[in-house]
Design a protein around this ligand. Structure first.
Ligand code: NAD
Length: 482
């Protein structure tokens, strides 16, 4: 059966335009490997056009009232809700997300935009008064100007939403770049929103990390880059942004431990691993990829986990709305994940279940559980970003905390215990930006910050804290009449 290939343009200066080079790039359905769309391959010249349009737009947008900014964000949220099913189906097709994963996202995105619609009206400077005799000082909280958001492929529209909410609420204008693999939902959202977004206030360039993303990072008139992506990309961007002393917000990789204390219920833990480790095919920066279990219940937790994982349904989300797991994003990602497993096996790890490609088309990896891994093994230390969890025993709570913290990442972690006092004691010692107790992955709430420590980056998404990233503080001092 032939698959229809849709053609797209990028949204610059309120218009739909081709790349200045005329080049396009292909977008695939990862469940089949078929080409489903072509989008412009942006150039540095395209970025320049977008920055020019953004600078013009900012002159007006920066002086809009909080009420005006709120109204735009509320309208954008309504558009997402009105087209929720369409956007979720498109995300499912482009990322290979099971319906259960994709269908939850539009509601979370619109809720986030509504939170920032409210936040737009609550921004304040902290003090105004006479701190030096004869002068009144005030503190203004201002937008930065033109900001850029560079998005990953695992939650394409979701991460774009996390960036556009605080950026627009604070009075910035923004240029977004979706990941090259997954531009479709953001482009569709812009089609839906084009009538309500003033030209140049929110723009989308589609293209590769280099040159398109790189041109955003190096542009002297862009005041902030917010990246959600790999830690290696974050490090590179930090270097490249240094020449223009650009502010950065970096939401990078993770290697989340799930610490299971000896009084936890093995069946409950196994159900949590099924979600925490394999949601979105494990392509989640907060995925519970390292399960640390007290040796007293290690065998029970492992056997319950293997049972839960072997019961998961895997397939093409287009054919079944009840699947637990779809493919990984690309052939490269599939190869990368399988490479981790091969090297782990070479180092004497045991693959208890899974451990290879699934099916004969698309980019699937079987949900996999790995044991007999050393703490310094690559598969324990590095982000696999696929449906793979390792399970390690430990002998004491102190050892569990040491193992949990012994990675370069610090995004998220969880603790499982029937004793809330013990769980809280462990939570306080875990070096991660989010710690869940008796849960992993959820809940996320628009009011609560999300962001990492250590090499997982800095700055926060969601919550009022993210407004700090997108605003600057100015002191205005006024000489009073004698
Ligand atoms: P990636 O780093 O490969 O790409 C992310 C984005 O950066 C893409 O849009 C890409 O085009 C762009 N990019 C690449 N090189 C660039 C450069 N030199 N200059 C400017 N832009 C460049 O990441 P990915 O593979 O799309 O996403 C997966 C990664 O994202 C994982 O490591 C995951 O942990 C992380 N992630 C983190 C969070 C979080 O909240 N911390 C959330 C989701 C994903």
């Amino acid at each position: 059966m032939s698959v229809s290939v849709t053609q797209h343009k990028q949204f610059i200066g309120g218009e739909w335009v081709e790349s200045s080079s005329g080049e396009t790039m292909e977008v695939l359905n990862p469940a089949t490997g078929d080409v489903i769309a072509e989008v412009p391959r942006s150039t540095a010249e395209d970025v320049e056009r977008a920055v020019d349009a953004a600078k013009k737009a900012w002159e007006e947008w920066r002086f809009k009232t909080p009420k005006d900014r709120m109204e735009l964000l509320l309208r954008l949220a309504d558009l997402i809700d009105e087209h929720a099913e369409e956007l979720a189906r498109l995300e499912s097709l482009n990322v290979g997300k099971p319906w259960g994963v994709a269908s939850d996202e539009p509601g979370a995105i619109s809720d986030n935009l509504r939170f920032f619609a409210g936040a737009a009206r609550n921004l304040e400077g902290k003090s105004a008064g006479e701190y030096v005799e004869g002068y009144t000082s005030m503190i203004r909280r201002e937008p930065l100007g033109v900001v850029a958001g560079i998005c990953p492929w695992n939650y394409p529209l979701y991460m774009a939403g996390w960036k556009m909410g605080p950026a627009l609420a604070a009075g910035n204008v923004q240029i977004l770049k979706p990941a090259e693999q997954t531009p479709l939902t953001l482009l569709r959202f812009m089609e839906l929103a084009q009538e309500v977004i003033p030209a140049g206030v929110l723009q989308v360039v589609t293209g590769d990390g280099v040159p398109a993303g790189d041109a955003l990072v190096r542009h002297p008139d862009i005041r902030l880059v917010s990246l959600t992506g790999d830690t290696a990309t974050g490090k590179l961007i930090a270097k490249n942004a240094a020449d223009t002393v650009k502010r950065l917000h970096l939401e990078l990789g993770g290697k989340a431990p799930m610490v299971v204390l000896d009084d936890a219920d093995p069946a409950t833990v196994a159900e949590a691993i099924k979600v925490g480790g394999y949601f979105n095919s494990g392509q989640d920066c907060t995925a519970s990829s390292r399960i640390l279990v007290d040796k007293a219940i290690y065998d029970d937790v492992l056997s319950e986990t293997v049972k839960a994982v072997e019961g998961m349904s895997v397939g093409d989300p287009a054919t079944d709305d009840d699947l637990d797991m779809g493919p990984v994003i690309s052939a490269e990602q599939q190869e990368r994940v399988l490479g981790f497993l091969e090297r782990a096996t070479d180092a004497k790890a045991s693959i208890v279940t899974g451990g290879g490609a699934h099916g004969d088309r698309g980019f699937f990896v079987k949900p996999t559980v790995v044991t007999d891994v050393a703490q310094d093994a690559e598969i324990v230390q590095d982000e696999v970003f696929g449906p793979v969890v390792t399970v390690q025993p430990y002998a004491s709570d102190d050892e569990a905390i040491a193992m949990a913290n012994d990675v370069r990442y610090g995004l998220a972690a969880s603790v499982f215990s029937e004793n809330v006092g013990r769980a809280l004691k462990v939570a306080a010692r875990l070096d991660f930006g989010t710690v869940w107790v008796n849960e992993h992955l959820f809940p996320l709430a628009s009011e609560m910050p999300h962001g990492g420590f250590k090499e997982s980056g800095y700055g926060k998404d969601m919550s009022i804290y993210s407004m700090e990233e997108y605003t600057r503080i100015k002191h205005v001092a006024v000489k009073l009449a004698e």
